[in-house]
Design a binder for this molecule. Sequence first.
Ligand code: ZN
Length: 442
Amino acid sequence: MSGFFNANEGAAHLFDSRSKSRMKRIPYFCLSKNSKSNTEEMKYIIILGDGMADEPIEALGGKTPLQAAHKPNMDYLAAAGRCGMLHTVPPGFHPGSEIANLSVMGYDVSKVFEGRGSLEAASMGVPIENGEMAMRCNLICIENGKIKNHSAGHISDAEAHELIAFLQQELGSEELRFFPGVSYRHLLKLRGASKHLHCTPPHDVPGQDFEAMLIRPATPEATATARRLNEVILRSQELLEKHPVNLQRAARGQDKANSIWPWSPGYKPEMKTLIDTYGFRSGAVISAVDLIRGIGVYAGLEVIPVEGITGLYNTNYEGKAKAAIKALRSHDFVYLHVEASDEAGHEGDVALKVKTIEYLDQRIVRPIWEALSTWDEAVTIALLPDHPTPCSLRTHTSQPVPFLIYRPGQEPDDVSVYDEFSCREGYYSLLQGKEFIEALLN
Ligand SMILES: [Zn+2]
């Protein structure tokens, strides 16, 4: 008996996930071969369910998706471990995944954050040199002067790459370069530019006049950069409107990718690696998302590729779990990021969000937990979202998120289920930013 739950096998007979009985709920291996307090031998895995946290939803009888989901493995770890709440978004920052994931990894975002573009560049293998500025560069759809969507109708990689290569040929120079990424997410690099700009994330302003959302300088020195970028945006619109890729898309009834939209400017980040900060031997990151992989690169983590990972609910969960288990053999620290719940939150799809949490429980947490239970090496498991993505709001918030830390051999607290309310009663209470990783590693 391993003590794991499989919803499909009705194994909840073994351990009732709602049971208050502590004795029944401590995994047998906590008390046996994995009962090591020797932190030198300890390994760590953070399982991050992007945007999992939410608010009570009427359609779920006033429960949150975490409360409504059948997730016996997460609850089991919460009961056997210690829980708390974590503030991942410092005051004054937008609750973006980049900010929240940097905080989870213990970085002071007010010191290290240099924009989304420069983080994604690291994952794309594009170096940012001193004197260069990087920006995320979306391909977007504009209709009748309004931003129709931030994704050009989720344009395919092949179409987008053709358009980005075309823009590079027509508008690129020594000073300004485009780099193709995934779907609508690309990179723009500018030399000798100022990052002190007011830019608008295009996903925040669907339906708005694009002209009112153009880039504005935040300092007088940035005036020339803002003017230059707005010229490039307008020129891209002339060039893209009649491009064959867009004519074909229009003929198929798809949205045109008829404008670039650069935002989130920054210079080269100066980030100490997690290895230097916390003294691991080595670590790894697994994610479908360039942004998280890029943070991993700066954090000194090996980026582990997994086939068939999509960032959506059809992602290769089993492949990710397997890759994480394998990575823990050779690394001390693994950061496993799963995007699906966030996407469900953005779509406002409550049932899908519950399902993504159940998938995470059954197809990630369960196999990892099962595998680790047979190891001689002790592995501490942490589980948390980066930020809430409430289905009702369809965007991120800055509210604290629930976390659990299960450390073999450690006395648990009284929390017996993992969710936004029960974790408030946990051992760690409310932590801020880097206090989470310090708690994890101590
Ligand atoms: Zn996120």
